[in-house]
Design a protein around this ligand. Structure first.
Ligand code: ATP
Ligand code: LTN
Length: 335
């Protein structure tokens, strides 16, 4: 039980897609044995953008079943729903009182999402990164694997930990652990790009589904999406993010799925056009996802078992979270 703690969350704000999978979920699976892992489904974060209640409920189960199908083991790792653990919202309020508006004004995700949801720029969207810091700090997390887009949020989280520690921690009684981000390099999945526009990241809530391969896409859909995806001028297959971002993205995905290195792949396509790479990539994706999809289908049919996993997860998470919250309350002066 002396393993370090790892925490990472995904919002059930859409269907799980290969950016989430290659960027984080696959990393989690390999880290399960060395860390005490916590994987919240961050539904409180998801509602910073309006969600259809029925879909949100359905997706939360879909996420859980996919997590397990991808290889997360609920006996080893604590998988839970964020809203089942009220300590997240409680701690988030406290952290809000230690966060400066200037800090939140700088957050690029807030700026992006405000543009996308101009008619609903709510206070939750603004303080989203504070809730994320609460998720992480409540469990005294050592490591937080995330995609590159979350780097800025992790920096804020570390600043908040330092601010509270500076104010309240003593040598005999440390308060909050300083978490380290783990961001895979781009060629290891840290930033999978949108299929129709390789200059922006793939995102599960993208309104254009042609940009995204979802883990539960059927073979025909995968084939079509890959076939139609935007490539670059020229016809030679080389890895160059600047001049050939579309091909670079396809090569990255292919390399991660087949576990071949990018140079080898490039070598094997010498003299062949983009079409060949697309056909092979589509096939590799379909075959990679097939067993995962079959497993997910079985798991989702047993809601009672999924509920049991979530109940166990919430209980374990609450116990840990309350310990940190008790200390914080005491330090702040709550009676
Ligand atoms: P939304 O579209 O609803 O904002 P999202 O698809 O961007 O969602 P999140 O739930 O915000 O996904 O992110 C979950 C995790 O997946 C985060 O660690 C994030 O960094 C990572 N992630 C998201 N998109 C990508 C991507 N394109 N490439 C690599 N990692 C990603
Ligand atoms: N903000 C993250 C999701 C998230 C998260 C977390 C990630 C919420 N809480 C805690 C790591 C740790 C995102 O990807 N949009």
């Amino acid at each position: 039980m002396n393993n370090p703690t790892l925490l990472s969350g995904i919002q059930p704000s859409g269907k799980l897609m290969i950016g989430n999978y290659l960027g984080v979920v696959k990393q989690w699976v390999t880290m399960q044995d060395e860390y005490n892992c916590l994987f919240p489904l961050v539904d409180l974060h998801a509602i910073t953008v309006r969600q259809d209640p029925k879909l949100l409920r359905q997706r939360s189960y879909e996420f859980l079943s996919l997590y397990i199908a991808c290889g997360l083991n609920p006996k080893k790792s604590t998988i839970f729903v964020q809203s089942h653990v009220p300590q997240h919202a409680q701690f988030s309020w406290i952290l809000n009182c230690f966060t400066y508006m200037g800090e939140l004004n700088r957050m690029t995700q807030f700026k992006d999402k405000s543009q996308k949801h101009a008619s609903n720029i709510n206070a939750g969207l603004y303080s989203y990164p504070v809730l994320m810091a609460a998720d992480i700090l409540l469990y005294q997390s050592d490591l937080v694997p995330v995609g590159e887009d979350q780097k800025q949020h992790l920096e804020l989280c570390r600043n908040l930990a330092q601010r509270l520690n500076h104010e309240y921690a003593t040598e005999e009684k440390p308060l909050l652990k300083m978490p380290d981000p783990y961001i895979p390099p781009k060629t290891s999945g840290g930033r999978i790009m949108a299929l129709q526009d390789p200059t922006v990241k793939m995102s599960k809530s993208d309104t254009n589904e042609q940009n995204v391969i979802f883990l539960l896409d059927d073979p025909k859909t995968i084939e079509k999406k890959i076939k139609r995806c935007v490539t670059d001028s020229g016809s030679e297959i080389t890895y160059d993010e600047k001049t050939k971002p579309g091909i670079a993205n396809l090569l990255t995905i292919y390399s991660l799925i087949t576990q071949q290195n990018i140079d080898e792949i490039v070598q094997s396509y010498q003299g062949k056009g983009y079409g060949y790479l697309k056909v092979d990539l589509a096939e590799a994706l379909i075959e990679h996802l097939r067993p995962l999809q079959e497993k997910q289908k079985q798991l989702i049919s047993d809601k009672a078992e999924l509920d049991k996993i979530l109940t166990r997860g919430a209980k374990a998470a609450q116990e840990l979270a309350q310990k940190t919250l008790d200390t914080i309350h005491q330090k702040i002066g709550f009676i």
